[in-house]
Structure formats: structure tokens, C-alpha cells
Ligand binder design. Structure first.
Ligand code: UTP
Length: 281
């Protein structure tokens, strides 16, 4: 299976930071966000990844490319640990790029992948969301796809105050973690939301999605919404994500994620904890 990572958005909620750099390249502790996303695809067994980029996103390509000058310098100066790490980033997977010419929404970004995907089911991982779990989120979805051979979307229960930020599903429960989807709505008002099950940015889609995206008119925010195209599937599933999600699309969530992920690193954990306790006194 191939993976598509849309990373062409303008990141307006993160301005002015994103004026000249992609939000997908913002570091979360010691790695850029999109590296976590690529690592999730790779640990799900995917080695063919298409990143949807756009204007001002060159640093994403540079990050996953080789850097001979840097490698030479690290070798010369005996910094072999760094050298290994730098080399491994460019060897993780076969990464391809296509540019979304105009930022017309997530649905439009996915449609840029049509030629590369060539009729197969494929995974989609949003470039600004980190999903941490024992079994990678994408792998959890691939397992469901193998069983039902239908589109499957990762979902999570979201608190009331966040419902308006998500695509929300209406579904009937099949088992503890699986829903058959009956309807979907993008960013509903809380009182109009059919449930509190939000779409978190991981999908395994059948290729019919490309036809459906062509059919839907612009939706919320005047954008071509992937959620609107997903409504056209006769059969699709929502799978409750078993793990921890970090959405870094806005400044506060990014900051929280950076702290949480830094606290997972033993070498800085105690120092950071002491510091946080000190400043919160
Ligand atoms: P978001 O809506 O969160 O990203 O899209 P955005 O548009 O960059 O952010 P704001 O709303 O302006 O602050 C989720 C993912 O889809 C990609 C983004 O790069 C992000 O990773 N995306 C979004 C595209 O690739 N193209 C688009 O036209 C829109």
C-alpha cells in the first residue's frame, strides 16, 4: 500500500511562524512534525510515500533528501551518531512529491495524488498530526481494511468544546472500536453534531475517492472538503484510534505536544519536570 501525506496547507492558524516555513516542519521536541508522520507510515510497512507540497514547502524535500556536505562534515569531525541519524532520514522510504497549485482544501490536495496511486487503496496521514501508539494508527486502519475491503477512517471521542473543529461521524457500533459510518459532517456546531466521534487525520481510502472528490462542490470555508467526498461511499468504517494524538495545527496544541513528547525522553525528563514545577510555583 502507498501513503499520501498532504502538507500543502497555508497554516494560517500558525502565522506569523508559517509565513516563510511550513508548519509540518515545526519541531516537536527533537524532530520536525512530518518526520514523525513519515515514521508512522514506514512502521506500518509502507515504503512508497507521496507528499503533497506547495509554495514555500521546499524545506520538506530538503529534509528527506541526502545532504552530502553535512554528511562529509559530520564524518570528518567524528560525529558518527549524528551522521547515522542524518543518513537514516534520507533512507527511510521512497518519497515522491507533487505540488498542489492552489490551496483549495484537503479534498483537492488528495486529488493531486490520483496518478501516483493508480487505482489501488491507499493510506492518508495528515502532515500536521502525530499519532503515537504501540500498533501504528495507519497499521490499525490497514488491518480493518484487510477485513472489510472498504474505506476506513480513524476516529476519536472529542470533548464538546472541540467538536466544531473536527469532521464528525454518525455511525452504528459494530464492536468496541469499530463503527459503520452512516453520515459525516465537517466542523458542525455542537448542537448539530451527530456524535462526538471526530475524524483525526488518518485514513485508508479506496480509489473511488478521486471520483467523489471531483463530484463535491466547495464546502465549509469554500474548500473542497475530504469529509464531503467521504459521504459518497456506500460503505465505510470509523475505527477508534487506540493511542495518543497530537494535533500541532495551532500554537497551544503544538506547545503541549512538544512538552509531552519531550517528557518521554529520559535524558531530559527530570530536568524539564523540575523546570516546569519551578516556573509554575
Ligand atoms: P488544515 O486545514 O489543518 O491545514 O489541513 P491548513 O489549511 O494548513 O491550516 P489553517 O487552517 O490555514 O491554519 C490539514 C492538513 O491538510 C493539508 C495541510 O498541510 C495539513 O497538513 N492541506 C490543507 C493541504 O495539503 N492542502 C490544502 O489545501 C489544505
Amino acid at each position: 500500500m502507498k501513503a499520501v501525506i498532504p502538507a500543502a496547507g497555508l497554516g494560517t492558524r500558525f502565522l506569523p511562524v508559517t509565513k516563510a516555513q511550513p508548519k509540518e516542519m515545526l519541531p516537536v521536541y527533537n524532530k520536525p512534525t512530518i518526520q514523525y508522520v513519515v515514521e508512522e507510515a514506514v512502521s506500518s510497512g509502507i515504503d512508497d510515500i507521496l507528499i503533497i507540497t506547495g509554495k514555500g514547502k521546499r524545506s520538506i524535500e530538503d529534509h528527506f533528501d541526502r545532504s552530502f556536505e553535512l554528511e562529509y562534515f559530520l564524518q570528518k569531525s567524528g560525529k558518527t551518531d549524528y551522521l547515522k541519524e542524518i543518513e537514516s532520514i534520507s533512507e527511510m522510504a521512497d518519497i515522491y512529491y507533487v505540488r498542489q497549485k492552489k490551496q483549495k482544501g484537503l479534498g483537492d490536495a488528495i486529488s493531486c495524488a490520483k496518478k501516483h496511486i493508480d487505482g489501488e487503496p491507499f493510506a492518508v496521514l495528515l502532515g500536521d498530526t502525530i499519532a503515537q501508539s504501540k500498533i501504528p494508527c495507519t497499521k490499525q486502519l490497514m488491518n480493518v481494511y484487510d477485513k472489510y475491503e472498504s474505506t476506513v477512517i480513524a476516529i476519536e471521542e472529542v470533548p464538546d468544546e472541540r467538536v466544531e473543529r473536527y469532521g464528525i461521524i454518525k455511525g452504528s457500533k459494530i464492536d468496541n472500536s469499530l463503527y459503520r459510518i452512516e453520515d459525516l459532517v465537517e466542523k458542525p456546531k455542537l448542537e448539530e453534531a451527530p456524535s462526538n466521534l471526530g475524524i483525526i487525520g488518518r485514513y485508508v481510502l479506496s480509489h473511488e475517492i478521486f471520483d467523489y472528490i471531483d463530484e463535491v462542490p466547495p464546502g465549509v470555508g469554500g474548500e473542497i472538503q475530504l469529509t464531503d467526498a467521504l459521504r459518497l461511499f456506500k460503505e465505510s468504517y470509523g475505527c477508534i484510534f487506540n493511542g495518543k494524538l497530537h494535533d500541532i495545527g495551532n500554537t497551544v496544541d503544538w506547545l503541549k505536544s512538544s512538552i509531552e513528547i519531550a517528557l518521554e525522553h529520559e535524558d531530559v525528563k527530570e530536568e524539564l519536570k523540575e523546570y516546569l514545577m519551578e516556573i509554575l510555583k
